[in-house]
Design a protein around this ligand. Sequence first.
Ligand code: ITT
Length: 190
Amino acid sequence: KILVVATGNPGKLREMQAYLAHSGWELTLKPAELEIEETGETFAANACLKASQIAQATGQWAIADDSGLAVDALNGAPGVYSARYGNSDSDRIARLLRELGNTDNRQAQFVCAVAIARPDGTIALESEGLCRGEILHAPCGEGGFGYDPIFYVPEKQLTFAQMSRELKGSISHRGKALKALIPQLETLNI
Ligand code: ITT
């Protein structure tokens, strides 16, 4: 049972592999030359688009994750445009901190939509997870990827970048979306 992971983001791949390690599926990375343009307006639409196109291109089952950070004081930006907010993680973080400035309201949420497509490109399963937290004024922590160093979870008193992969996975948008998916994956009966 092979699932092609429709991502070019190594941080996502590592987390997906860890969280689906006992699902009975073997995860393999999509060929690098297959790139999908994300034209959807929602996380779910983009996850379906990526899973469907990679499944069709490879003729195998595929899983995609579309995710991002929605900041309350920025009316949900960068949201589905989180990856396009800059050319590197540090550029994206710098831009977000600049746009937020000294705003008191630091509330934000990470959202993750996951979709699984059959080899013919039709969508078999969808799932979504979210995690609320606060945007710090400066990065803190070395782990994780993307916006993790500025995303602080008050309940744990840590940023995502200060958490072990296990702890992040137990509360994160991606961890929740994939956890909800596992029982459904088992019912596929492939
Ligand atoms: P693929 O589309 O190839 O999967 P991508 O990085 O372009 O990779 P998205 O379009 O879904 O993925 O954009 C997600 C953005 O949100 C990207 O900038 C990530 O760094 C960021 N992001 C998503 N999940 C995150 C997490 O758990 N921690 C930190 N940043 C995250």
